[in-house]
Ligand binder design. Structure first.
Ligand SMILES: C[S@@+](CC[C@H](N)C(=O)[O-])C[C@H]1O[C@@H](n2cnc3c(N)ncnc32)[C@H](O)[C@@H]1O
Length: 674
């Protein structure tokens, strides 16, 4: 199904300006960047003391050790690190939840009794348009219409929300002032260098000073040098010192980024390589501020405008997150813990990062379909899928981590999902467990480089090994996802692959691998109205041109967590000679791997059991396609026995003509009844 009319109308979140980020952090409470350009419509009050959205103390975590960069005031939330206990792979969704900072301790009898479980809720993503608010409803309740201008919405905000609006406007003003100041500074810098090239590169004696000394003593200097280096790299011809190479400046930039933001050299370089210098700076800056706190309306229980009104009445200041979603609400302030309101406990909403809505929107599940959510815990996306399906059809929500799968069950109950089956396999086991799905979502375990603002430990704890181990797992999982889809599904046949990582190894390279190994899929448009195109070239690697259809999201461009979304259409069965078996361990000999594929991967081919009686009660096969399956199964069986299927079946076929099926041992078997 193509993008809906509503989806086409979705607006694009504006970028996050790096100078703005810096100044915002210093001078103002965190504010939604998309609001920057709006005009003030009401008198601005003096900003009041910010209240954390969790109703508790605001605390900062994971900021670089920079004295002069205070943490964000209002939106900043406590964050705890959490690892995926099952396989040691970090779960970025959990990080997201924690970073949202909603205090959900002791919350619920529905599976979120612990703080960590409650935090898991934040992971729940989702939103898509098609479910809740129909256009008709929207027209009746203009305040929440996706068709309205933001300005219209603001004018219709209720009195209870005016305070929040006022505060938001205060933030806008502060941001505008910060922007003006930044411009002044920039202008001053430009003036300073008129006729002069900035002194950026270390002298030899500086070179020998340990970085820690620079950080503690010359932090402001470090920042200035960072910005100067960026400017030089932007305009190398005019600003570079004579005799200095671009590589030298880049090396200096890398060194300063590590010192200033606290990254390992390894990760900083990997991230730096993704962008031109100026954009890289914006990216690293954006990782120092939290993203807006967002909740997703659970349309199985309520409508967004009703939920918004109820929360406003409880002292929550909020507004719709943007035209691209009908179910998201951005929270500015709250007088109550968002993880403990009656509406939360009743499953009317889930705390969820905005970017987590995107994979489910791309998946576009339809009513009455069979969907597989391969790595589902704690269920943000599963519950979103269920809402879009209006509790019809069936979702297999799988996660290999048993304790997380339990949390998934709790959330499924809390949000009133009735069409989900929870299972606890390694997703590599699919489609052996069950296949033939209309759509599959693979929200893969990843490095979390898109959510550094929520989990600063990523800055230092990722190693080269992680970026070999994770992509390897992701590649295997994506093949399992593809093989689990029914290519002849009347309504679907789609696979969505997503990560909250921005590295090419975990995204484009995984997608390219899938295209190489599965010629029966192709990339299609995600249907998402915003997002940067995926890379088609990167550091000497060339990817298929269709990689343009994948979407990248960055904190500095859309003020959302870093994310990647790719959508495939499966148009044929997986060929019997496909490589990359489900669950096949890496490093095995090719022959072993191929044999495994033939035996296990290919679309759940039914195997003919030895000793099947011709006169069994089974009513026989009804169509030619079955005959092909039988023959294929026989081939597989022969191969397992070390026999050459071509020699046996080929000869037999010649003898039998079109009407008989040769048994694996070469004797004439059951005759098909067509
Ligand atoms: C990014 S999180 C999923 C978040 C989830 N989709 C949501 O929206 O709430 C990745 C998940 O993959 C699970 N996982 C890791 N390896 C897996 C495997 N081999 N099979 C299935 N799940 C796996 C982890 O336990 C973790 O819950």
């Amino acid at each position: 199904m193509g993008p809906s009319r509503r989806m086409k109308k979705q607006g694009v979140p504006p970028p996050l300006d790096e100078s703005l980020v810096t100044k915002k952090r210093k001078d103002a409470p965190a504010a939604p960047v998309e609001e920057r350009g709006k005009k003030r419509k009401t008198e601005v009050k003096a900003p009041k003391k910010a209240v954390a959205v969790n109703g508790g103390a605001v605390k900062s975590k994971g900021k670089p050790g920079k004295k002069f960069v205070p943490p964000p005031v209002s939106d900043e939330i406590s964050s705890e690190e959490e690892l995926d206990g099952a396989d040691g792979i970090e779960d970025p969704d959990v990080m997201e939840d924690e970073l949202n900072g909603v205090n959900v301790t002791g919350l619920d009898a529905l599976g979120s009794a612990s703080e960590s479980d409650a935090l898991d809720d934040d992971e729940f993503l989702g939103s898509s348009s098609d479910v809740v608010d129909s256009d008709t409803e929207v027209r009746k309740a203009g305040m929440w219409s996706e068709d309205e201008d933001d300005s219209d919405i603001e004018e219709k905000l209720t009195a209870a929300n005016i305070e929040g609006l006022s505060r938001k406007l205060d933030m806008q003003k502060a941001i505008e002032e910060a922007e003006a100041q930044a411009e002044l500074e920039e202008a001053a810098l430009q003036t300073n260098i008129a006729g002069d090239k900035p002194k950026v590169l270390d002298d030899e004696d500086e070179e020998e000073r340990p970085i820690s000394t620079i950080v503690t003593q010359d932090l402001q200097l470090l920042r200035t040098r960072l910005m100067d280096t960026v400017r030089v790299l932007d305009d190398f011809k005019n600003l570079a010192e004579e005799g200095r190479s671009r590589a030298e400046y880049t090396a200096q930039l890398l060194k300063d980024i590590c010192a200033y933001y606290g990254y390992s050299n390894f990760l900083a370089e990997k991230l730096l390589n993704l962008f031109p210098a100026r954009e890289a700076f914006a990216f690293f800056e954006a990782n120092e501020t939290p993203r807006p706190v967002v909740i997703r309306t659970n349309t199985l229980r309520t409508h967004r405008r009703e939920l918004a009104q109820t929360l406003i009445n409880r002292g929550v200041q909020l507004e719709p997150i943007g035209k691209w979603s009908k179910v998201g609400l951005q929270i500015f302030e709250s007088q109550v813990p968002l993880g403990a309101t009656p509406e939360y406990l009743a499953g009317h909403y889930i705390l969820q990062a905005a970017s987590s809505f995107l994979p489910v929107m791309a998946l576009a599940p339809q009513e009455n379909e069979r969907i597989l959510d391969m790595a589902a815990a704690p269920g943000g996306k599963t519950t979103h899928i269920a809402a879009l399906m209006k509790n019809t059809g069936c979702i297999f929500a799988n996660d290999s981590n048993k304790s997380r799968a339990k949390g998934l069950i709790g959330n499924i109950h809390r949000l009133g999902v009735k069409n989900a089956v929870v299972c606890n396999y390694s997703a590599l086991e699919f489609p052996k467990v069950i296949g033939g799905f209309d759509r599959v979502l693979l929200d893969a375990p990843c490095s979390g480089t898109g959510v550094i603002a929520k989990d600063a430990s990523v800055k230092t704890n990722k190693t080269e090994q992680d970026f070999m181990r994770l992509p390897h797992l992701q590649k295997q999982l994506i093949l399992a996802a593809i093989d689990s889809v029914d290519h002849s599904s009347k309504t679907g046949g789609y696979i969505v692959y997503s990560t909250c990582s921005v590295t090419v190894e975990e995204n484009e390279q995984v997608v390219q691998y899938a295209l190489n190994k599965r010629p029966n899929v192709r990339l299609v448009e995600t249907g998402l109205s915003f997002g940067k195109e995926g890379f088609t070239r990167f550091m000497g690697k060339v990817f298929h041109p269709s990689l343009k259809m994948t979407r990248r999201y960055y904190p500095h461009t859309y003020n959302v967590d870093g994310f990647f979304v790719a959508k495939f259409k499966k148009f044929g069965p997986t060929p019997p000679n496909a490589v990359g078996a489900n669950g096949a361990a890496s490093g095995k000999a090719k022959a072993t791997s191929e044999r495994h594929v033939e035996e296990e991967v290919v679309d759940k081919t039914p195997l003919v059991e030895d000793g099947v009686k011709e006169d069994s009660d089974f009513g026989g096969w009804d169509d030619e396609e079955d005959a092909k399956y039988i023959e294929r199964a026989q081939r597989a069986q022969l191969r397992r026995k070390g026999k050459n299927p071509k020699a046996i079946l080929g000869n037999a076929k010649a003898k039998e003509g079109q009407n008989g099926v040769q048994k694996a041992d070469g004797t004439k078997g059951r005759k098909n009844k067509w």
